[in-house]
Ligand binder design. Sequence first.
Ligand code: ADP
Ligand code: MG
Length: 228
Amino acid sequence: MAAPSGTTPAAVIRGENLVKIYWLGENMIRALDGVDFEICAGEKVAITGPSGSGKSTLMHIIGCLDLPDSGRLLLGGEDVSTYSENRLASVRNRRIGFVFQSFNLLPRLTALENVELPLLYAGNHDAKDRARQALETVGLGHRLHHEPAQLSGGQHQRVAIARALVTNPDIILADEPTGNLDSRAGEEVMALFDTLNAHGRTIVIVTHEQLVAQHCPRQLHIHDGKIR
Ligand code: ADP
Ligand code: MG
């Protein structure tokens, strides 16, 4: 992204020579093989690549769900790559909102209760009000007391996006967020990401769908664990 003259936009996410290795028996898989990139505050970026190229691995590291074997990950300038499990969890809870392909809503809870959960874990007192606001932001103010089984696929994903937003994270990370949706619901979810981004939220969307990637002004292509 071009910087206004005389200033450098702050990198909210910066990866430096990230390496992640998995072992399957005696076979070494370099899921990330020296990945360098920078994402600035307020950007909307797609991470694309074929199945098995390392997209989810990269997202797990950006999201502080996993650590690289070598290299550095900086979030808002803070090098988190050597953090303990506890410190990593605290950065994750403060900075990151996750959206997954499979929604991951709890079936016995209403939309409002699902969205409240991250706040209850954090011991917030105004959880219900904030959850209601987040659901209004995603256009589901009229579905607060519905359980997932009473909602469409697109609505499921919007509840999940509200749950990602409710803690007010700097960064929304979405892994194949339209993968389980028909094309119309998928477009609605992408339009919602556009709106959130227009309000300044940094959004990173992992996808192997070209149409979804084209929604994003910038794309990072990953292939065999390398960004090209
Ligand atoms: P993508 O999300 O692009 O499909 P992944 O990041 O899931 O790719 O996987 C990258 C590579 O790492 C693949 O070869 C995959 O089989 C391997 N891999 C991912 N997770 C594990 C794991 N937990 N154990 C072993 N291999 C893994
Ligand atoms: Mg994946």
